[in-house]
Design a protein around this ligand. Sequence first.
Ligand code: NAP
Length: 259
Amino acid sequence: MIRHVSAEIVDPAHHLTSFNADINAVIVGASGGLGNALVKQLNSADNVASVLALARGTEVGGAKTINSYINLLDPHSIQAAASYAKELFNTVHLVIVASGVLHDAILKPEKTLKALNSQSLIHSYTVNAVGPLLVAKHFIPLFSRDTKTVFAAISARVGSIADNRLGGWYSYRASKSALNQMVRSASIELSRSHKKLVLISLHPGTTATALSEPFQRAVPSGKLFTADYSANRMLQVIDQSSPENSGELVAWDGSIIPY
Ligand SMILES: NC(=O)c1ccc[n+]([C@@H]2O[C@H](COP(=O)([O-])OP(=O)(O)OC[C@H]3O[C@@H](n4cnc5c(N)ncnc54)[C@H](OP(=O)(O)O)[C@@H]3O)[C@@H](O)[C@H]2O)c1
């Protein structure tokens, strides 16, 4: 459990008080339900100077927001986005990867082995695991080493192998397990050189966005979060996290989910 995560939402003005002032934040997947809510709340945080909102298309508002392009299927765009961040800020303090795919034109969550095909398995792995790790590769060199910095990738509880009691969703589950494993490896490697860096995977809770839309009817009433609520709780987890939490999969309420 990450201590001191409040049971309630906090005023977004008070987000990220454990960081030094003038945070340069980067949100990947800013056009999504959770990405958009994160950009909005970071705009309201007193400690945040700028938010680089990266997406494939849709731009996001906010006085502190700078919009730019990224497509996780195109490694060159990830490298170019990092070069742009360096040009803008020189140093970065917070990166949250809020992109992800569960269903799209290529991928449908598979219930059976019979439904598997290599294209959708590779697609989910590329967007959900490879992309976020390439973001880490290109953005972590921009992190300040003197002050608290956080790289957080939004994963999912269903990526936990220990927690898998229902099966199904082969591609999505496996891609999130791979993401968790790579975040863990990076946290071990970087703990030697970046003493103030926290690298974590986050579970946002089941949240009303386009990604969960086809499955929301199965969610018990009162258990479906708004994107604003989930973003608020994840920012609290990020604020309360420390390098000892690096490599963990942490839920919106601060609890640690076993791998
Ligand atoms: N909602 C939930 O209940 C829930 C639960 C557990 C975990 N999560 C995780 O939370 C994260 C955010 O999901 P969400 O609920 O906010 O879903 P969402 O509203 O569907 O947002 C998904 C985001 O991912 C972006 N994306 C997809 N493919 C991309 C690519 N190739 N390059 C760049 N961006 C790409 C989308 O961009 P476009 O707008 O361009 O498509 C969109 O911004 C995901 O990692 C998801 O797995 C969500």
